[in-house]
Design a protein around this ligand. Sequence first.
Ligand SMILES: C=C1C[C@]23C[C@@]1(O)CC[C@H]2[C@@]12CC[C@H](O)[C@@](C)(C(=O)O1)[C@H]2[C@@H]3C(=O)O
Ligand SMILES: O=C(O)CCC(=O)C(=O)O
Ligand SMILES: [Fe+2]
Length: 337
Amino acid sequence: MVVFPNPTTEQFDVKTCKPVNRLTYPAIPLIDLSKPDSKHLLVKACQDFGFFKVVNHGIPMKLINKLESEATEFFSSPQSVKEKAGPPNPFGYGNKNIGRNGDVGWVEYLLLNTKPESDYNKIISSFEEHPESFRCVVDDYVRAVKKMACELLEFMADELKLEQRNVFSKLLMDEQSDSVFRLNYYPPCPELQEHEIKGGNLIGFGEHTDPQIISVLRSNNTSGLEISLRDGSWMSVPPDSESFFINVGDSLQVMTNGRFKSIKHRVVANSKKSRMSMIYFGGPPLNEKITPLASLLERDEESLYKEFTWFEYKKFSFNCPLSHNRLGFFEKISSRY
Ligand SMILES: C=C1C[C@]23C[C@@]1(O)CC[C@H]2[C@@]12CC[C@H](O)[C@@](C)(C(=O)O1)[C@H]2[C@@H]3C(=O)O
Ligand SMILES: O=C(O)CCC(=O)C(=O)O
Ligand SMILES: [Fe+2]
């Protein structure tokens, strides 16, 4: 078991879930979709953080809970059953190994392609006797979070005063949109307790940025998700099973020529409770050119990035380890570290 010392993570009081030292950490931007000022706040959040929490989103808890219970049933099945849906290539069931470049984490997952013609039905049929209910709930859930992601992207376009309010959302709505859906299950790790006392961490999902346009994450009430702040410290995100957390992805950072930030994040394992997360990664069609929107460039402002298609970015990304600064490779003036 690899345990990392982690002196810079914010600590939360286990009873109140409030940060022990409130002064040193910023609050996570909160976007209330029922409030009129949400557009302004969400653009500010994308610029300052690349991360925010959404409440009053209108997605029924019944649907969310149904998917969580189907997923719980899947991850509680015998290993031999789960392995029928693996190994991930890149889609399917995976255990500890993430991607194909040697990354490991304390996590099991199911990665599904959301394209209509994808083989995701085949993956589900491989382990479920009655795959219809799992497939239906995944379809309904993905449809609902995709709609919310598009709404958020249209609010961003409005607030950025872009002529076409669907300039980002049309990429997710495109039939060829290369979006994926992931269920992550982090089992509790009892051996971790002694390391936690000494201030150590076990990595559930190593640090990375998400390559797509936007990620919509929902988890149960177990903590673990951490975001990287500008000073390089890690801040633990208090879980909230009734809300969604949104990440700006690398592609949206490029399309806004660096105004929006694609945030580095990771998940640390928990000694007592399991964590379940479900994430929709909204991506563009493979042949889409990922380039800053001309209307966002001010006079004499140049693109910070070389030209590339989503296919090229994906091909490069998926050959990189998780923590690699992938966008650095496409920057005109490289900031690679
Ligand atoms: C190590 C890797 C896993 C990943 C592909 C990659 O080579 C680098 C990006 C990783 C990531 C992070 C966000 C999503 O979870 C994911 C599905 C994605 O699109 O990029 C994963 C990839 C994966 O697990 O295959
Ligand atoms: O499981 C989580 O909470 C986050 C996982 C994640 O960042 C990812 O799958 O890309
Ligand atoms: Fe991620």
